[in-house]
Design a protein around this ligand. Structure first.
Ligand SMILES: [Zn+2]
Length: 622
């Protein structure tokens, strides 16, 4: 590396590194050492991930044989992409950057490094005796996908700690990819995007333009039918239409969001506004027509894909946890590039209603899919077996395809990186939780019980002598918000002045229960309402209804919503329907008996044993 490049990495090491660090853009990310989570909603979950999930993940990576695959004598276990779970786990350890985890980290890096071929190739499923040749199945082989996660882990290590063995392994792998898939090489792409953002990020770490050029080449190649046709069609891996020409995110939701993330990285680093506009437009269309109330993405189970516009039936919500991670990766990149609050709004919605919903309280079981309507009570999956199906009815310890637990672990480990940003004019807060933020020139303490309470107090503890701007996001749902008592509109509220240490600014967001109605074109929930409170989506669970017939419950939208003991209470009716031989007929008379309907945060669902559940509840019609 040149001196300049060492400075780039070295500066990040001082600041603790951060996931996604563009060299240009409207906002600058902060390092993980610059933002410290304090006790609250997110610190609790990050702590459980650190204390329980990491052990749990390594236990299963070992037990399932996926880690052992790196040892030459091993008989290969697991699916073709299982190497990527080891890399995501390494990325989580890298962002955690905890001396207590260092021996564990280095032990795995040694096994990974030993498995790398002299030319940089590394995959436990191809190229060895008895295995298919390298790059003989680009549609499904996931070799470049696995390289992408390896490189992301190396990027995390370089930024959080500095250049060492894992970084060298990642660079050798990236050089190999450029040699084989660069100009004059194999003119194709991987069936699962991920190498694209990884190479762009490695360019940011090393300053080596070759990686950025290769990322751009992969972005430009896809969409020209370079991959073979498959049962789901080429839109599954976004090889149907060039990314510049697409209208909306489509196909496999994780693939789509990872690819779009890489495209934003390439667009930002190369100054390609046309590409950035294209991806921003696709994101906006996907959010407007293809996203669940929870922020979840993906309506099709058979191919884990986005559905058509308005295809958002709650009982068919796939909403893979990994698609939530991919959505946050994409929205964060767009936020850094453009500085618009709508990106932070979607990140918040996804954090509270997908990321927080997936892990069990002990961090040792997970939802892979996140349905919005559970029709039959689930059953507890066995604690000691891989669950073969993604759509398990209750949180499961591990899956045959176990992408989500490791994706959550790396997201929780880097979570502080998504709270705030800086620019030449000051500091911007995008997500609210108790935290200490110190960028050197500016230091603030954020005090809040959000999302239980909407009051956020930002106390300045260090400030420059000159005026600067403190910017606070006002979420799109927060009508009636005030900043130091003055009304502020959704978007960004700004206070510009010369601050002195000790003074504070208070944002009051109206966190109270509200009814949410769907666009009538989402026919799967037409005639239904949902309850939200601040950024948190609520749901109705059968365990809270006693003898009331869950399937007949109607909410009366004219009745008041009240907070009670962590639940939202609303009035409605139930039990008007008699079972018959044919479920269709004339207009029913009456709404049934009046009932009190308690709803709880969706992210809390299925934590009290099996139950049926729905986010969207039918509304009374008169
Ligand atoms: Zn997943």
């Amino acid at each position: 590396m040149t001196i300049e490049e060492v400075m780039v990495t070295g500066e990040w090491v001082r600041r603790g590194g951060t996931p996604a660090a563009p060299s240009k853009g409207r906002l600058r990310p902060l390092g993980l050492k610059e933002v410290t989570l304090r006790p609250g909603f997110w610190q609790q979950r990050q702590r459980i991930s650190r204390e329980n999930s990491l052990d749990h993940i390594e236990h299963w990576l070992t037990r399932a044989g996926w880690l052992g695959n790196f040892d030459q004598a091993a008989v290969r276990q697991g699916r073709e992409f299982s190497d990527s779970e080891i890399y995501k786990y390494l990325e989580a350890l890298a962002w955690a950057n905890d001396p207590a985890l260092e021996d564990r980290f280095q032990a795995i890096v040694a096994r990974v490094s030993a498995a790398q071929d002299p030319d940089g190739y590394l995959n436990t499923n191809f190229g060895r005796p008895g295995q298919a040749p390298r790059y003989s199945d680009l549609e499904w082989g996931h070799e470049l996908y696995c390289f992408g996660h390896l490189i992301q882990a190396g990027v995390a290590r370089a930024r959080a700690h500095g250049r060492d063995e894992l970084v060298e392994v990642a660079i050798r792998a990236a050089d190999h990819v450029c040699d084989v898939f660069g100009p004059g090489g194999i003119e194709s792409v991987c069936g699962h995007a991920e190498i694209e953002p990884a190479l762009a990020e490695l360019y940011r770490v090393t300053g080596d333009r070759r990686y950025l050029d290769q990322a751009r080449l992969f972005i430009e190649r896809r969409g020209h039918q370079v991959l073979g046709d498959i049962e789901f069609g080429r839109s599954y891996f976004q090889d149907d239409v060039p990314i510049r020409d697409a209208r909306v995110l489509r196909g496999h939701a994780v693939r789509a969001t990872y690819l779009a993330s890489g495209a934003v990285d390439v667009a930002v680093e190369t100054g390609d506004e046309e590409l950035l506009d294209a991806v921003a437009g696709q994101w906006a269309e996907a959010v407007a027509r293809r996203t669940y109330l929870t922020g979840g993405m993906g309506s099709r189970h058979q191919d884990e894909a986005f559905g058509e516009d308005w295809m958002l039936s709650p009982d068919r919500s796939y909403s893979e946890t990994c698609a939530g991670v991919g959505s946050i990766m994409l929205a964060w990149r767009l936020l850094l590039a453009r500085g618009e609050a709508r990106y932070a709004d979607l990140i918040e919605r996804t954090l509270f209603n997908v990321i927080a919903a997936s892990p069990a309280d002990d961090g040792r079981r997970f939802f892979y899919t996140n349905t919005l309507h559970q029709r039959v009570p689930g059953h507890e999956p066995p604690a000691d077996q891989l669950v073969p199906r993604a759509a398990s009815s209750l949180r499961a310890p591990w899956f045959a395809v176990s992408c989500c637990p490791t994706n959550l672990a790396r997201t929780f480990a880097g979570l502080a990186g998504y709270l705030a940003t800086a620019d030449d004019d000051g500091l911007q807060l995008h997500q609210y939780t108790a935290a200490s933020i110190d960028t050197g020139d500016i230091a603030v303490e954020v005090d809040t019980d959000y999302p239980a309470d909407g009051r956020i107090t930002v106390r300045v503890t260090r400030a420059p002598e000159t005026p600067w701007t403190l910017t606070l996001r006002v979420p799109h749902w927060a009508g009636g918000a005030t900043l130091d008592g003055e009304p502020v509109a959704p978007g960004y509220a700004r206070v510009r002045r010369r601050f002195t240490a000790g003074e504070s600014v208070t944002l009051d967001l109206a966190v109270r229960p509200r009814l949410t109605f769907p666009d009538p074109r989402i026919d799967g929930v037409r005639g239904c309402v949902a309850v939200e409170r601040g950024p948190v989506v609520y749901c109705l669970e059968s365990v809270d209804l006693g003898d009331v017939d869950f399937d007949t419950v109607h909410i009366d939208p004219s009745s008041p919503l009240t907070d009670r003991d962590g639940a939202v209470i609303v009035n409605g009716h139930a039990g008007a329907t008699a079972d018959g031989a044919w479920p269709y007929g004339g207009r029913p008379d009456g709404e049934g008996a009046a009932v009190e309907i308690p709803l709880h945060p969706y992210h809390r669902w299925a934590r009290r044993g099996p139950s049926t559940m729905r986010v969207w509840v039918p509304a009374t019609t008169d």
